[in-house]
Design a protein around this ligand. Structure first.
Ligand code: KG4
Ligand code: ZN
Length: 343
C-alpha cells in the first residue's frame, strides 16, 4: 500500500511516498529556514504563503522520485495538528482537493504521533524495530512530552513541559547568543567546541516526569548579562555547552526514570531536538547501563518531514481503522486544521 503524505505544520514544506508504513520511496523536504531566519523565528503568515508556493512542486517531486504517479497511490495522509493554523490549512486543503478529485481515502494525522512513528520507518543501519510497551520522548520546537505506549495507537501522556518546549529554549538561547535560527543545530555545533560547560541549574519537579526550562533560560540570560555588565569576555561555546548539558540531563533523567518505573525496556526519541548529538550520546550511555533498547531516527527524520506522517497513517490503518471499518470510510473531507489537537 502506497501513501502520499503531506506535512506543512510549521516551516517545512514536505511530501513523501511511503510503502506499507515502512519503506520511504521519497521524502522531499523544502525548508523555509533562510526566509524565517531574517526574523529570528517563524512568521506564520509568511510560512503559509511559502507553503502555497512550494507544495505543488514538492508533491510533484515526491511522486517522480518515488517513480510513481497519482494513479498508483492508495491514500493521502496530511498533518491535521498541532501546528500553525495557516500552514496546516494549506496542506489540508491541498490534500482534500487531491483526495476528492482522485476518489482516494484521506487521513488526517497527529503531528506528535507522526514524530513517534518516524522510529518505525526503515532505515539503513537501523537496529531492530521498537517493541511495545514503550516510552517515547517527543522533543521539538513546540513540545516536550513523555508518552507511554502500551501498543500501536495507545498513547498516555505522562510528562510534559510546564512552560517552554526544549526546542524553544534552544532557539531563545541561540538568539541571546547572537546565533542563527533555528538555534538547536547552532548550539549543538558550538557546544562541541568547548571541553566543558558553565554549570547551570537543572529543574526537577518533585515526583512528576514534567519539565521546566524557563528557570534555566533566565539563569543563562542572567549569566550573560553579568558578564556584559562587567565587560568580561563571553565564551559562547562554554555557555552553549553548559545550557545543552542541563537540558539533556533532565530530558534523559525523566525519560529513563519513567521507563524504569513502568518497567519498560524500549525507549524512543523523536522530534527536532532528538537530532542533538549530545542528547543521543547521553541517552545511549545511560540506556546501555540500564539494559534499555534505545531507538532514534536519523537526524533528517527527527525534524519535520512527511515520511513520518505516512508511517503513522499506515499504522493507524492496519492497527485500528481496518478493525473497525473500511479504509474508505476514513475519507474525511470535512477535515479541518486543529492548531492544538489533543493526543
Ligand atoms: O520537530 P521540529 O522540526 O519542529 C517542530 O515540530 O517543532 O523541531 C524543531 C526544533 C527547533 O526548535 C530546533 O532548534 C530543534 O528542533 N533542533 C535541535 C537540533 N536540530 C533541530 N535542537 C537541538 N539540537 C539539534 N541538533
Ligand atoms: Zn515537529
Amino acid at each position: 500500500m502506497k501513501i502520499l503524505a503531506i506535512e506543512t505544520s510549521c516551516d517545512e514544506t514536505s511530501a513523501a511516498v511511503v510503502e506499507d508504513g515502512r519503506k520511504i520511496l521519497s521524502n522531499i523536504i523544502s525548508s523555509q529556514r533562510s526566509t524565517h531566519s531574517l526574523y529570528g523565528g517563524v512568521v506564520p503568515e509568511i510560512a503559509s504563503r511559502e507553503h502555497l508556493k512550494l507544495l505543488e512542486p514538492v508533491v510533484k517531486k515526491a511522486l517522480s522520485e518515488a517513480a510513481t504517479v497519482l494513479k498508483n497511490i492508495d491514500a493521502i495522509a496530511v498533518t491535521q495538528g498541532p501546528g500553525l493554523v495557516g500552514p496546516l490549512l494549506v496542506g489540508i486543503s491541498y490534500a482534500k482537493a487531491m483526495a476528492y478529485s482522485r476518489e482516494l481515502p484521506l487521513v488526517g494525522e497527529h503531528h506528535i504521533k507522526s514524530h513517534i512513528y518516524a522510529n518505525f520507518l526503515e532505515e539503513e543501519g537501523k537496529k531492530e524495530m521498537p517493541q511495545f510497551p514503550l516510552i517515547a520522548l517527543v522533543v521539538s520546537g513546540g513540545h516536550t512530552d513523555i508518552i507511554y505506549m502500551e501498543d500501536h495507537g495507545k498513547y498516555e501522556l505522562i510528562g510534559r513541559t510546564i512552560d517552554d518546549a526544549a526546542g524553544e529554549a534552544f532557539d531563545k538561547i541561540a538568539r541571546a547568543l547572537g546565533l542563527g535560527y533555528p538555534g538547536g543545530p547552532e548550539i549543538d555545533g558550538l557546544a562541541q567546541k568547548s571541553k566543558e560547560g558553565v554549570d547551570f541549574p537543572r529543574a526537577h519537579l518533585g515526583n512528576s516526569y514534567d519539565f521546566s526550562f524557563s528557570g534555566l533560560k533566565s539563569a543563562v540570560l542572567n549569566y550573560l548579562n553579568r558578564l556584559r555588565m562587567k565587560n568580561q569576555p563571553v565564551c559562547k561555546a562554554h555557555i552553549a555547552r553548559g545550557f545543552q548539558e542541563s537540558v539533556v540531563d533532565v530530558l534523559a533523567y525523566n525519560t529513563l526514570k519513567a521507563a524504569e518505573d513502568r518497567e519498560v525496556k524500549n525507549v524512543l526519541l523523536a522530534g527536532g531536538v532528538s537530532a542533538n548529538s549530545a542528547l543521543r550520546e547521553e541517552f545511549d550511555k545511560r540506556a546501555l547501563k540500564m539494559g534499555i533498547n534505545l531507538h532514534f531516527p536519523s537526524p533528517v527524520l527527527c525534524t519535520d518531514n512527511a515520511a513520518m506522517v505516512g508511517a503513522a497513517a499506515y499504522n493507524r490503518y492496519i492497527n485500528q481503522i481496518s478493525k473497525e471499518s473500511a479504509w474508505e470510510k476514513f475519507t474525511e473531507l470535512d477535515l479541518n486544521a486543529v492548531p492544538n489537537l489533543a493526543l
